[in-house]
Design a protein around this ligand. Structure first.
Ligand code: JJW
Length: 448
């Protein structure tokens, strides 16, 4: 038994997102989002599930906050549903939507939990999608107006803001791979969307600075994976460089260096005839300095060159353990990707805004023995500590997720929570991993 200690002041938290937990999709004036439309389109979501009820957190938020209080976390990362605030995306403000988040945030603050607010966690108002969504540059200004409204409303209450969650998913997974809303399969469209998300991010950061929010911080939260070359052959190294580059450099070079990674954009141009629609001034906007970087990490793999596919890259089955969603358990990749990011972009403060695992254990006599999740968390926190020892500037860690919830295209079939949700009764049951994480938060160390 050894003890791995975290520094004093380390923030510990849990994360969720609006569409995945709230339910109440047609209550109190909320407008429809692209996820309402997508989940109600046959064949898009496992079992035809949708977020109409989800965890019913819109009504049960006080119970959820009690759970957080028991867990002892310092920070809670949640997202705001844009269509609750602006049902049409722009124009008329829905006071009832604002009221809900005020009630919620006030309660969090009252019990001493710091809110970390994600402005965009994928629930784009459908009214904006009807005008082209993120493929349309006008959506950028619609987003900045919504963000400005939120900054003003919650000034002094919310001190940590995240513009975009997982822009890779919101662009390429959603508009090229077609797996998430709005479900298109068009690489040029997806590339445009990725660019518009980045410009919207930068414009929002600029707006936040203009508003002079004292003591507040703003960042964004890209998702990363780590691809380790199968061999030292140059073609394997290059294939991994592209796979990593799609998640990391594509979304971080513009923010930290004011330019796209040319090895990626040239590849897209040569192989697919796709180009980034950059207008004058865009790159300067995107490169606004941010206060912190959020990192979402779940998985990685050993990969090699193949002559097929967008990136001429394929994973090699190395016999790694897999979680119940089929993703490799790859904690070494967590360490490596964090060190890689530090080496490339410098020592910006980093919050792990998501890390967690899917294990579908259910209650037996009131107990959920999710050993797999505890092992996953222990291994990833060990890797995180190693990254900190290697100089990565980690300020906090938020596990995904507080609750089992609507896992997008997987519906309710895949459970990531440290609290079990019975989707029939909506009863919550704390899993073994909840108690393990509670101990970790309290101790500020883990035992390995
Ligand atoms: C990649 C699958 C091809 C969420 C991916 C699918 C390829 C048709 C979890 N993070 O629920 C990545 N999550 O809301 C945000 N992160 O490719 C939060 N990444 O399909 C969690 C899914 C994901 C993915 C899912």
């Amino acid at each position: 038994m050894a003890i791995i200690k975290f520094p004093d002041g380390m923030k510990w938290g849990a994360a969720t997102a609006s569409y995945q937990i709230e339910g109440a999709t047609s209550e109190d004036g909320r407008g429809p989002s692209i996820w309402d439309t997508f989940s109600k389109t046959a064949g898009k979501v496992v079992n035809g599930d949708n977020g109409d009820v989800a965890c019913d957190s819109y009504h049960r938020y006080e119970e959820d906050i009690e759970i957080m209080k028991d867990l002892g976390i310092t920070t809670y990362r949640f997202s705001v549903a844009w269509p609750r605030i602006l049902p049409e995306g722009t124009g008329e403000v829905n006071q009832a939507g604002l009221d809900f988040y005020h009630r919620f945030v006030d309660k969090l603050i009252e019990i001493g939990i710091e809110p970390m607010c994600t402005l965009y966690h994928w629930d784009l108002p459908q009214a904006l999608q009807n005008k082209g969504g993120w493929g349309n540059r006008e959506t950028i200004d619609a987003f900045v107006s919504y963000a400005e409204l939120m900054f003003k409303q919650f000034e002094g209450k919310i001190k940590y803001w995240i513009t975009f969650n997982e822009p890779w998913c919101a662009s390429f997974l959603s508009n090229y791979l077609g797996a998430h809303a709005p479900g298109f399969k068009d690489l040029q469209l997806a590339t445009n969307v990725a660019h518009h998300l980045l410009v919207a991010h930068g414009k929002t950061v600029k707006k936040y600075r203009e508003l002079n929010n004292e003591g507040g911080q703003i960042g964004y939260a890209p998702n990363v994976e780590w691809n380790e070359p199968f061999s030292n052959k140059q073609e394997d190294i290059d294939a991994c460089r592209r796979a990593n580059g799609w998640f990391i450099e594509w979304f971080m070079d513009p923010v930290f260096k004011g330019e796209y990674p040319s090895f990626m954009t040239e590849w897209f141009k040569e192989k697919e005839g796709v180009t980034v629609p950059i207008l004058a001034g865009d790159m300067e906007l995107i490169a606004q300095p941010i206060d912190f970087l959020g990192i979402n990490y779940y998985t990685g793999s050993v990969s090699k060159h193949t002559d097929e596919g967008l990136l001429h890259h394929e994973q090699v089955n190395q016999g790694y353990q897999k979680t119940d969603i089929g993703w490799n358990v790859f904690p070494e990749g967590f360490y490596k990707v964090l060190v890689y990011i530090k080496d490339m972009y410098g020592n910006i403060p980093i919050y792990i805004t998501e890390n967690g695992s899917c294990y579908n254990d259910e209650p037996v006599n009131g107990q959920v023995k999710d050993k797999g999740r505890i092992t996953y968390l222990r291994q990833h926190l060990t890797a995180l500590r190693r990254a900190m020892d290697s100089g990565v500037n980690i300020k906090g860690y938020m596990t995904w997720s507080l609750l089992d919830n609507f896992e997008w295209a997987e519906g309710y079939s895949m459970r990531f929570g440290i609290v079990f949700v019975n989707y029939r009764t909506l009863e919550r049951t704390k899993k073994d991993s909840f108690y393990w994480y509670k101990q970790t938060v309290k101790n500020n160390f883990i035992e390995i």
